[in-house]
Design a binder for this molecule. Structure first.
Ligand SMILES: Cc1ncc(COP(=O)(O)O)c(C=O)c1O
Length: 482
C-alpha cells in the first residue's frame, strides 16, 4: 500500500504540469494575445497566399517540452504564413468567411469549461444554446419549430445527415437502391455524391438535370426526367436543389422545384451551405422564396455568418426521419434519460456523440454584436461583387453572367494566343505574388478565374487592391508573351 501511495504521489507531481498556475495562465494569455493582435493588426498587408513548403520536422512530436514563445514562432512561420490565409479579406477564392474574433473567445470559453454538448442531461445549458441557434435558423428559413436540427463540423456532414434522413424516410433499403432515383443539377456540390457513397447509396440512379445559362436547374427538364423514370417503373424519391452553387453562386428555382417535389412525393433537400444567409438581405430575400418548402436544409455559419471553420448546420422537418438512424441507446447511456425533457439530444441527430460545443462560437457573436452587422456585411458583399465586376470590365477582363449572389468568374480575353493558357498562367503568377487569393474553375469547357466575396474582412479597399494586383500581373504577363 505504501509503495502504491508513493508512486501515485510521484505521478501526481509529474502530471501537475497539465494544470498551469494562474501566473502561468496569465503569461500564456499575454503571449497569445500579443500573437493574435499582431496577426490581426497586420492582416491588411500580410499575404493572402504563400506556396512555400512547410518544414515538417519543425511540427513533429518529439515528446519534449518547449517554451510557448518558441512554439508560437513556429506556428506563425510554418502554419500561419504558408498556404491560404483564410482569415484575410484578400482571400477571394473557394468560399471564404474570415473567422470572427468573438468566436475565438467563445472557443476558448467552451474549451476551458469543456461542456459536453451531445446530451441534454450532461449540459442542459449548452444544448439549449444550440437549440436556440437552430430555432433562430428555423425562423429565418420558415421552418416549423417542431423541426429537428444539428450544428455540424461543416456543410459536408450536414448534407450527409440530411440525405440519411431522406433515405430512411423513403425506406431506400438494399433491395430498392438500384431502382431509386435522385435528381440534382451538375452544379450540386461534390459532397453530395460523396455522402451518398458513404451512406450506402453508391448504386442509386442519379439524374443530372439540364441548366439554364445562369447554371440554375432547368425545372422542365427535371419534370421530364421524373415522368420518364416513373413510366419506366423506377422510384424517384429525392430532389436536391442548391441555393448558391459553389462554382457560380447560382440559386436554383426553389419554389418551382418545391412544387415538383410535392406533386411527385419526393423528399426535397436544399443545400444552402454557401448562399443561405443571404436570405437576411432585403435585395435577395425574394430569391430564396420556396426554401421553406424543403424537407431538409443545409447552411454553413462558417461561410455566411463568418464563423471560423468547423461550423455547419442542418435542419430536418421530420424529426423521426432523422432520428431513425442517429438515435441510439446503450446500457452505459442509461443515465442520460434521467431528466425528462422535450428537448432532444444533439447526439440523436448527428453521427457524433461527444462533440465540440460549437454552438457557443455562433451564439456569442450574435449576442454581442446583434444581427445588424451581419446583415450589413452580407449586403456589402453583394455590392462589392458588382463593384469588382464593373472594375474588371473597365480593365478589359470579361466576366461571367450577373451572379445571383457573391460568387462570379472572369477571364482575360487574350487575343494573340491560347486564352486558357494565358489565364492559367495569370492565376499561377497571382499565386506566386500571394497578395490576393483567387481560385479557378471550368465553365463551358473554358478555364476561368473564380472570385468568391464572402469574408467579413473584404472591403472596398480590398477590391481596389485586388484590381491593382490583377492589372499589374496581367500587364507583366502580356509583356512576357510578346
Ligand atoms: C454549396 C456547398 N455545399 C456544401 C459544401 C461543403 O461544405 P464544407 O466544406 O463546410 O463541408 C460547400 C463548400 O464550399 C458548398 O459550397
Amino acid at each position: 500500500m505504501e509503495e502504491l501511495l508513493t508512486r501515485i504521489k510521484e505521478l501526481e507531481n509529474i502530471s501537475r504540469e497539465l494544470e498551469p498556475s494562474e501566473a502561468e495562465r496569465n503569461n500564456y494569455f499575454q503571449q497569445i494575445q500579443d500573437f493574435s493582435n499582431r496577426f490581426i493588426n497586420d492582416i491588411q498587408t500580410s499575404k493572402a497566399y504563400s506556396d512555400k513548403k512547410v518544414e515538417r520536422d519543425l511540427l513533429a512530436i518529439d515528446g519534449q517540452k518547449k517554451p510557448l514563445k518558441d512554439i508560437i514562432e513556429v506556428y506563425k512561420q510554418e502554419v500561419v504564413d504558408k498556404g491560404i490565409n483564410a482569415a484575410s479579406g484578400r482571400h477571394i477564392g473557394y468560399i471564404p468567411g474570415g473567422g470572427l474574433y468573438v468566436s475565438a473567445i467563445a472557443d476558448l470559453m467552451a474549451a476551458v469549461t469543456n461542456e459536453y454538448a451531445g446530451l441534454y442531461f450532461a449540459s442542459p445549458g449548452a444544448v439549449i444554446i444550440e437549440n436556440e441557434i437552430l430555432n433562430w435558423m428555423k425562423s429565418i428559413f420558415g421552418f416549423p419549430e417542431s423541426a429537428a436540427g444539428s450544428l455540424t463540423s461543416g456543410g459536408s456532414v450536414a448534407n450527409l445527415i440530411a440525405l440519411t434522413a431522406a433515405r430512411d424516410h423513403h425506406k431506400i433499403k438494399s433491395t430498392r437502391i438500384n431502382k431509386s432515383v435522385i435528381y440534382m443539377s451538375p452544379q450540386a456540390h461534390h459532397c453530395i455524391p460523396k455522402a451518398l457513397k458513404i451512406i450506402g447509396l453508391e448504386d442509386i440512379i442519379i439524374r443530372y438535370t439540364r441548366m439554364d445559362k445562369h447554371s440554375r436547374m432547368d425545372v422542365n427538364d427535371l419534370n421530364t426526367k421524373i415522368n420518364k423514370d416513373r413510366r419506366q417503373g423506377l422510384h424517384p424519391f429525392l430532389v436536391i436543389a442548391t441555393a448558391g452553387t459553389t462554382d457560380t453562386g447560382a440559386v436554383d428555382p426553389l419554389m418551382k422545384i418545391g412544387n415538383i417535389a410535392v406533386e411527385n412525393n419526393l423528399w426535397y433537400h436544399i443545400d444552402a451551405a454557401y448562399g443561405g444567409f443571404f436570405i437576411l438581405t432585403d435585395q435577395k430575400k425574394e430569391l430564396f422564396r420556396g426554401i421553406e418548402m424543403a424537407d431538409s436544409l443545409v447552411t454553413d455559419p462558417h461561410k455566411g455568418l463568418f464563423i471560423p471553420y468547423g461550423t455547419g448546420a442542418v435542419l430536418v422537418k421530420n424529426r423521426e426521419a432523422v432520428m431513425q438512424s442517429h438515435r441510439y441507446t446503450a446500457n452505459y447511456m442509461q443515465d442520460s434519460t434521467r431528466i425528462d425533457s422535450d428537448i432532444y439530444n444533439p447526439a440523436d441527430v448527428s453521427p457524433e456523440l461527444t462533440r465540440h460545443f460549437r454552438a457557443l462560437r455562433i451564439w456569442l457573436p450574435l449576442q454581442m454584436h446583434g444581427i445588424e452587422p451581419f446583415k450589413a456585411c452580407l449586403e456589402e458583399k453583394l455590392l462589392l461583387t458588382s463593384y469588382f465586376r464593373n472594375r474588371l470590365s473597365e480593365s478589359g477582363f470579361e466576366t461571367g453572367p450577373d451572379p445571383d449572389l457573391s460568387v462570379s468568374y472572369f477571364w482575360y480575353p487574350y487575343k494573340k494566343g491560347d486564352q486558357d493558357a494565358f489565364n492559367r498562367r495569370l492565376l499561377e503568377l497571382l499565386y506566386k505574388d500571394g497578395n490576393v487569393f483567387f481560385s479557378s474553375t471550368i465553365v463551358d469547357k473554358k478555364f476561368v478565374i473564380r472570385m468568391a466575396i464572402l469574408s467579413f474582412r473584404t472591403k472596398l479597399k480590398t477590391i481596389d487592391q485586388a484590381v491593382d494586383v490583377l492589372n499589374n500581373i496581367r500587364l507583366k504577363l502580356e509583356r512576357e508573351y510578346k
